[in-house]
Design a protein around this ligand. Structure first.
Ligand SMILES: Nc1ncnc2c1ncn2[C@@H]1O[C@H](COP(=O)(O)OP(=O)(O)O)[C@@H](O)[C@H]1O
Ligand SMILES: [Mg+2]
Length: 258
């Protein structure tokens, strides 16, 4: 049976109708086990704003203070995770709600950027794939919040792309697909059919790939180095999306090449 990891961006699926389409798409799959890792950037920003905390990003990564962390965890591991699970269950998909904390699925250390800590932002250093394997054994789709812990049990915010890449690598997935709010990596308005490490590095230096797309590139290349078969960055294209990508092995959006 093939294995696929789907990363859902905060704005990749529009509301209930989008998630209903995802649920129907999952029920069409027969030769593929699927796991979901989700983000929730817009909602975290809204909740932090309501609490009068400023959103600060470094290279597309959210700087997270210990006070912000409680809000981040509530939104990601409860509000967003519960909602996605509920929408999928409504379509008859059996799901298992998990986070990086479940059975120490993801262990992190503080992430450093330009030699500086971003607060409670973690970098994945160890992956326990058992919670996903157990869910798959029971024919359940794991729906995973990227909030994780360090070796002492402290909570960290992990970029959902990074969590997805690390988990897909450890699971040796055949496919890793980043569903986002753009149809792929774009250069001068055109979607690239594929992108190599060298091309991505140049586009990042040139400021053509910025913000959240940088995190996708970095985690995609790490996943390929770790042995993931195929990686795509794309948007949701309706109920046929998963069968086309996973069972017909069609390309969609931008394919990332090692
Ligand atoms: N070259 C590029 N091509 C496409 N998107 C890009 C590019 N450079 C930056 N981006 C930005 O990356 C965003 C996707 O990342 P992000 O906002 O983190 O979404 P997600 O929640 O899916 O992770 C796009 O909405 C776009 O604004
Ligand atoms: Mg993002």
């Amino acid at each position: 049976m093939k294995k696929a990891l789907l990363k859902l961006g905060g704005r990749s699926l529009e509301g209930e109708a989008g998630y209903a389409s995802l649920g129907r798409a999952m029920r069409k799959l027969h030769g593929c086990k699927v796991a979901i890792v989700h983000g929730g950037g817009a909602e975290i920003s809204a909740a932090l704003k309501a609490a009068q905390r400023e959103a600060v990003f470094v290279d597309g990564l959210r700087v997270t203070s210990p006070q912000d962390m409680a809000i981040v965890e509530q939104i990601l591991s409860q509000t967003v995770n519960q909602r996605i699970a509920g929408y999928l269950r409504a379509q008859g998909v059996a799901v298992q709600r998990l986070s990086g904390k479940s059975d120490s699925m993801l262990t992190v250390v503080p992430l450093l950027r330009h030699g500086r800590s971003l607060g409670c932002v973690g970098e994945v250093v160890d992956v326990n794939p058992e919670p996903v394997r157990q869910a798959w054994l029971h024919d359940q789709v794991p729906v995973i919040s990227p909030v994780s812990t360090d070796a002492t049990g402290q909570s960290y915010n992990v970029n959902a792309d990074a969590a997805a890449g690390a988990l897909a690598g450890r699971l040796q997935c055949d496919d890793l697909i980043y569903f986002t709010d753009v149809p792929g990596v774009q250069v001068e308005g055109e979607v690239l059919m594929e992108i190599s490490v060298a091309a991505a590095e140049k586009l990042i230096v040139d400021g053509v790939i910025t913000g959240g797309m940088v995190a996708k590139m970095e985690s995609a290349f790490a996943a390929i180095r770790a042995g993931v078969g195929r990686v795509h960055i794309t948007n949701w294209q309706g109920d046929g999306t998963l069968v086309d990508l996973l069972e017909r092995a069609e390309a969609q959006g931008t394919a990332v090449r090692g």
